[in-house]
Design a protein around this ligand. Sequence first.
Ligand SMILES: Nc1nc2c(ncn2[C@@H]2O[C@H](COP(=O)(O)OP(=O)(O)OP(=O)(O)O)[C@@H](O)[C@H]2O)c(=O)[nH]1
Length: 257
Amino acid sequence: MSDTAPPSLVDLRALRLDTALALIGQGTDQPAPLPHAAASPTAYLQTVVDSLCELSLRDPLSGLANRRHFHAALEREVDRVARSGEAALLMMLDIDHFKRVNDTYGHVAGDRVLQVVARTLASCVRPMDTLARYGGEEFAIVLPACQAEFGRAVAERIRRVVAATPIKLGPNTTLHVTLSIGGAFALQWIRSTTGLWTNRADSQLYRAKSEGRNRVCIEEQPSSTVSAEEKNLLFAPLYTPSGWGELPPMNSSDSAY
Ligand SMILES: Nc1nc2c(ncn2[C@@H]2O[C@H](COP(=O)(O)OP(=O)(O)OP(=O)(O)O)[C@@H](O)[C@H]2O)c(=O)[nH]1
């Protein structure tokens, strides 16, 4: 008796793909062409799966990465920083007084503003950066391999470019909007969490708003702002809120060195 299992075959006609195909058709301006189902069922199914994954990672209004995609990129960055010690910057960006735009010009005009801001932001970042619509009128960018001076310059350039970009809403209506930007560098060599990193960038965004908006606030000296929780992630159980604990005793084989 042969122990080789027969290849499992999927009968495409038995799958309910109508909704998936309709979503893929509506999802992008130029959906990837589907291979011929009868000629290559595997390639056909793979393209359907890839297109659905792509849809699940994009914000439909702005075309940017969505929060889910951003979270995955941030997780990877936390991991990379912990292993390589490379600098990285997380920026949270929020359109100032956006409610007024909706209230004055309507929701459709508000959507148009979001699209123009998204496009402007995309023109300011490097291909290696991840830019996302984080939610509502808030965007987020993670910049790997980003030294402090470079990060501050990029944030300031973004602020100036967005403020200087006219947004045409109609033949006689052009608008300008501004951004408040909060940023925090990753704590190098320390395995933090996406949540703690985001909280630090968010508090800087809050500071930018409360200090008058249309400004950049980036956390100073990240090494001095390691929270007790973050220290715990790195040094536990040696570090406790009351100080450093006892080092474990060396075992006899250690003393040979
Ligand atoms: N047009 C449009 N509006 C949105 C969308 N998502 C969120 N909003 C609006 O964004 C506005 C956010 O308002 P607030 O949170 O008060 O913030 P703000 O007016 O920008 O004020 P500050 O952030 O304090 O400067 C609300 O009016 C939401 O309805 C969207 O997808 N399209």
